[in-house]
Write a new protein. Structure first.
Lengths: 426, 423
């Protein structure tokens, strides 16, 4: 086991790679009552094609399989319901699927050994039958229906299709009613056997626990230890052009009361090594916080002119694409989006602004490190996005200067963006 | 709690509660201003909280105030407005890094800023600044309009209004358009003066603080003057339930229909309100291991969510779900069956034990969050709930008979279904 410090945040991470390839990260906290376990596979909805473990042929993955698997992992051959098990000790369990990964979590204040042991067992014991797969479809379709009814959700779906031409991110994580209806237990097993092998997964525990006792549980868990390394995972990425699919689209959405838009910049970062992507991500956050955050002239003006009620920027890195997204609510969406683009291109940024926002960024890193759940989540994101925990975050933030910012602004081209405006339906 | 020290000082015009602990890297401050809830004042109260936090006399633009907050190592200050039984509260929340992670004087300067926000509003000639006023009005307007985009919440609000339109639980916390249109820069200032003078005020501070130093700072920065002595209870009075539940449909062109069921709990005892209701809810519909989840979602596969919550101050028990409209009858009968089973004692000793452990776990976890530590002390102070230590003992005393007895007091009153009409 090796031990590493996260510099300046007073956090220590203990890491061990098991014989079967699973990496375990332990982040104990002093003075906390609860613990939080996140067990993650690097399998999400963004994978389009892969080579199943036992064949040579590439297989296409139906939309919604990762999410379906997540639902079905809770099914046990014994008939026992994992939620029922965890609730015995008053703990909470949950799971979620993203584009890049699927997570299983357990959170509680006592009996961590039993809960951890059970979690490793149930996630390593798939039990899919034609019948239980069929039964789950109705629940998932109700879930899809729920999201389909949300006006903002509709806007997001349109926006994804405008950004991507072929990439699976065109479609919701849960898939469509049609794709879900067609999923079979064979497809679930095939994806499970490939993507749920220990070398494609990792486990993080944060909070209140003893290192020795959790390691003992992990090393003795039968289901986990019988899940051996099979072979390298071969994934074929879908050919996706660097340009956005559709530059502009105007739609009207039922149930929407105030018009909204999503403007997304698409930037290929192919060739940029994963370890260098953290700095990029910090720079992008600083950039949009400076230009559009609470201390910006843009925001002040737009509010004063009654042009918007909110604007929230965010960014995500998926595969080799950086997406910078602006979600806004505005009664004059066209005009606001034009101003936004103009500001993004031309507004000057000063050294003083960068320094002030760096200070805020660092404060937020300290705040995150003060909470068990947000600490674990941010480490999970690190591992997914940069292949490793970023141990010198604060140093990286400190190293940012006007020069780097200007280079970023040259690098990003807001003309390669998609704008989807959603009006209200009469 | 071993590593927490609590001290309360009553000044007459406000109470200061200090909780010293070295668990957190932050200091959290909450100033809670409490008044009786009045439907016609909700919108003004929300408006006031928003405009006070938007600009101040010293920092007269959003930009200037935001910069100041950034200079203080990104101190977070934001108001929250919410109803708590018979009261309507405004909290001014602030959290900042402990000076160990920033620099000296940051705590004092942040308190100074918070004090500016409350006592030094951006007012000239007895009127709030027009620019700030317009921005806040726009934001409040959008917020009120936006409720309709959240059909789950909207269904719940409509259900409560149908249950009893005169009771406080039917008021929406988003405010009302007709009230918003009446607000002007001068009448909101009039309201401000009234609000500051007649609110009952509690100040909470949690963090690695020095009691004497903190007391001195608070006394120096927060000069509330008016003496108040209010011992009213937040708990709503008991009321009659419909002997035959009313069923209401409202059309909406959505795929999924949102079901909201309002149950009236008839005459709870203090023990039932604080303890038995929690256990009842956890067994019936409060978790992913509840009867609703297991017996309705998992066995019948007719919904993605079905859950419940006990609203102890309002004497209400609420159930929500999202379903296909055609399944309405079967869903209602399944819910009724589970509720009947509770009345008949059709649940196990293990169910009770699990619910108790869950409750205890929540109680423990609450100590990891400054805001929950504050709300726990506040509830102890406001309506005399037991201390955390006592709660841990009392919950264990809940028996099966207690739960059955409470189950018989829970009466379905209003069943509301919104939408699901898309063809």
């Amino acid at each position: 086991m090796i031990t590493r410090e996260i510099k300046d945040l007073e956090q220590t991470v203990h890491i061990e790679v098991l014989d079967n390839g699973l990496t375990v990260y332990l982040v104990p906290f002093k003075n906390r009552k609860n613990y939080y376990i996140e067990y993650v596979t690097k399998f999400g909805a963004s994978i389009g094609k892969f080579k199943p473990c036992d064949t040579d042929k590439f297989q296409k993955i139906s939309y919604g399989v990762a999410h379906f698997l997540e639902h079905k992992m809770f099914e046990q051959e014994s008939g026992e319901d994992p939620f029922e098990f965890f609730s015995k000790y008053g703990s909470d369990a949950n799971a979620s699927t993203g584009y890049k990964s699927t997570s299983y979590v357990v959170e509680g204040t006592n009996n961590i050994e039993e809960n951890l042991d059970y979690m490793l067992t149930y996630v390593n014991s798939p039990y899919f039958t034609d019948e239980n797969v069929e039964k789950e479809k109705n629940i998932i379709i109700e879930e899809i229906n729920m999201y389909n009814d949300e006006p903002e959700g509709k806007l997001y779906r349109e926006s994804s299709m405008a950004i991507f031409k072929n990439h699976p991110m065109r479609i919701d994580i849960g898939g469509t009613e049609k794709s879900v209806r067609n999923i079979t237990k064979e497809e679930l097993y095939s994806c499970y056997n490939t993507f749920y092998q220990p070398s494609n997964m990792f486990l993080i525990i944060g909070g209140n626990f003893s290192i020795d006792s959790v390691m003992k549980v992990i090393k003795n868990n039968k289901a986990l230890n019988s899940n051996k390394i099979k072979e390298e995972i071969t994934v074929k990425s879908v050919k996706e052009p660097n340009e956005v699919n559709v530059k502009f689209k105007e739609i009207s959405i039922e149930g929407m009361v105030i018009p909204k838009f999503i403007l997304t910049i698409k930037k290929s970062i192919k060739g940029l090594e994963k370890k260098d992507r953290y700095e990029l991500s910090v720079l992008v956050s600083l950039l949009y916080n400076i230009l559009f955050g609470s201390a910006s002239t843009f925001r002040e003006q737009a509010l004063k002119q009654g042009m918007m009620s909110f604007l929230s920027p965010s960014k995500v890195i998926v595969d080799d694409f950086l997406l910078i997204e602006f979600l806004a609510e505005s009664r004059s969406p066209k005009e606001l989006s034009e101003k936004l683009i103009e500001c993004f291109k031309n507004k000057e940024i000063t050294e003083e602004e960068i320094e002030r926002h760096k200070k805020c960024y660092i404060s937020n890193l300290v705040l995150t490190s003060d909470r068990v759940v947000s600490t674990v989540s941010s480490l999970v994101d690190n591992i997914i996005d940069y292949d490793d925990i970023v141990y010198n975050k604060i140093d990286i933030v400190r190293s940012i200067n006007l020069d780097k910012m200007n280079r970023l602004r040259e690098f990003i081209d807001i003309d390669n963006s998609s704008l989807v405006i959603a009006n209200c339906k009469e | 709690m071993v590593d927490m020290k609590y001290k309360k000082i009553e000044y007459g015009s406000y109470n200061l509660h200090m909780i010293k602990t070295d668990r957190f890297k932050t200091i959290n401050v909450e100033i809670i201003l409490r008044r009786d809830v009045k439907k016609e004042e909700i919108t003004s109260t929300n408006f006031l909280a928003a405009i006070l936090s938007y600009t101040t006399k010293k920092y007269p633009t959003e930009n200037a105030l935001a910069r100041k907050m950034q200079d203080l190592y990104s101190v977070k200050i934001f108001p929250t407005c919410y109803r708590i039984g018979n009261f309507y509260n405004v909290d001014f929340n602030m959290f900042l890094l402990n000076e160990k992670y920033s620099e000296k004087k940051m705590f004092e300067e942040s308190l100074e800023l918070l004090s500016d926000i409350i006592f030094d509003p951006n007012v000239k000639d007895d009127k709030f600044d027009k620019d700030s006023f317009d921005v806040v009005k726009n934001e409040e307007k959008s917020q009120i309009e936006r409720i309709k985009e959240d059909s789950r919440k909207y269904s719940l609000i409509k259900m409560l209004q149908n249950l009893d339109n005169n009771k406080a639980f039917s008021y929406t916390e988003f405010g009302y358009m007709e009230d918003l249109l009446k607000i002007t820069p001068s009448n909101i200032y009039e309201f401000y003066k009234k609000f500051i003078n007649d609110s009952v005020i509690d100040i909470f501070i949690v963090g690695d603080i020095d009691f004497d130093e903190t007391e001195r700072l608070i006394k120096d920065k927060f000069k509330f003057r008016v003496y108040k002595n209010d011992k009213k209870s937040p708990i709503l009075e008991n009321f009659e339930y419909r002997k035959k539940p009313q069923i209401i449909f409202e059309e909406d062109n959505t795929n999924q229909a949102k079901l909201s069921i309002g149950c009236v709990i008839d005459r709870m005892t203090k023990f039932e309100r604080e303890y038995v209701l929690n256990i009842y809810n956890l067994i019936l519909g409060g978790t992913a291991d509840s009867k609703f989840f297991k017996n309705i979602r998992e066995k019948f596969s007719i919904c993605y969510y079905v859950s419940s919550v006990g609203n102890k101050l309002d004497n209400l028990f609420l159930i929500t779900s999202g379903i296909t409209k055609n399944n309405f009858d079967i869903m209602v009968s399944l819910i009724n069956k589970e509720m009947k089973d509770m009345e008949n004692g059709d649940f196990s000793a293990l169910d009770i034990d699990k619910a108790k452990k869950y409750y205890l776990s929540l109680l423990e976890e609450a100590q990891d969050r400054p805001s929950q530590i504050i709300s726990s002390y506040y509830a102890m102070d406001l309506w005399g709930i037991d201390s955390m230590e006592k709660r841990k003992e009392e919950i264990l005393k809940v028996t099966k008979e207690d739960i059955v007895k409470l189950a018989k007091k829970v009466h379905v009153d209003t069943i509301f279904l919104l939408g699901g009409d898309k063809k």
